[in-house]
Design a protein around this ligand. Structure first.
Ligand code: FES
Length: 109
């Protein structure tokens, strides 16, 4: 029996970065695992809101907004309508396209 880890394609504009996000993994963690820098202050704890994205396509493939994320979106003064999400809370179940400036490959040191 073959064992396959399910992944979902998330496209990031305007950089054109394509990320394979695993089932149950949040977008921020996937970007880190794959070697990308994603704007953050809190390091993925859901408190800084620096990681927020605009969902352009695939809102139906996004996880529901949890209470911590709702708080963060409201603090950004954005409507909680599924179009603004925190990358460190966002899980996906299918292809999604987001806009986030500042996502780029980490420089090797
Ligand atoms: S990384 Fe800080 S809120 Fe998402």
């Amino acid at each position: 029996m073959t064992h396959r880890v399910a992944g979902h394609r998330v496209s990031v504009r305007p950089s054109g970065v394509e990320l394979e996000v695993l089932d149950g993994e949040d977008l921020f963690s996937a970007a880190q695992r794959l070697g990308y820098r994603w704007p953050t202050v809190c390091g993925g704890k859901g408190t800084c809101r620096t990681c927020f994205v605009a969902v352009e396509e695939g809102t139906e493939n996004c996880s529901p907004v949890d209470p911590l994320e709702r708080e963060g979106i409201e603090a950004l003064r954005k409507p909680v309508d599924g179009l603004t999400r925190l990358a460190c809370r966002l899980r996906v179940e299918g292809p999604v396209t987001v806009t986030k400036r500042g996502v780029r490959r980490r420089v090797q040191e």
